[in-house]
Design a protein around this ligand. Structure first.
Ligand code: FES
Ligand code: FES
Length: 151
């Protein structure tokens, strides 16, 4: 065990943890931030995507010791009132079906638009296809991202 210092959604947190524990476990089980989902557990699906210093990472395979002192943002911290442009577009376009993959989709889309405010259709497809959605919401995901990028 080790004393681990984290900054999660702007708040400083200190916890005694196994430093090899995946960040996803810490977020969900120790900090109660259950918006980030566990699915494959092997960095293949993207359901567990959060931002570290603004960069999307797969928190199911990222040891908590690697993010000490870095700014971690989860779906709960993406905006104050669920009013990030991507969240608004997601609601307007009724993107989710079962919803399980959607925090990973939203965190991935938000980071794509931060890097490139006007992605091409191909760029959207390339980036968003890496986050698996068994419900097949990709057409609406694309429309929502295009809506934000066109604004
Ligand atoms: S749960 Fe992390 S990538 Fe699937
Ligand atoms: S909305 Fe159901 S898995 Fe994506």
């Amino acid at each position: 065990m080790a004393r681990i210092k984290l900054v999660v959604n702007g708040q400083k947190r200190e916890l005694d943890l196994d430093p090899t524990m995946p960040l996803l476990w810490v977020l969900r089980d120790y900090l109660g931030l259950t918006g980030t989902k566990y699915a494959c557990g092997i960095a293949q699906c993207g359901a567990c995507t959060v931002h570290v210093e603004g960069v999307p990472i797969r928190s199911c395979v990222f040891p908590v010791s690697a993010v000490q002192g870095k700014e971690i943002t989860t779906i709960e911290g993406l905006s104050k009132n669920n009013d990030h442009p991507i969240q608004i577009a997601w609601i307007e376009e009724q993107v989710p079906q079962c919803g399980y993959c959607q925090s990973g989709q939203i965190m991935t889309a938000a980071s794509l638009l931060k890097r490139n405010s006007s992605p091409t259709e191909e760029e959207i497809d390339n980036v968003m296809s890496s986050v698996l959605c068994r419900c097949g919401t990709y057409p609406r995901i694309k429309i929502a991202i295009q809506k934000v990028s066109g604004e």
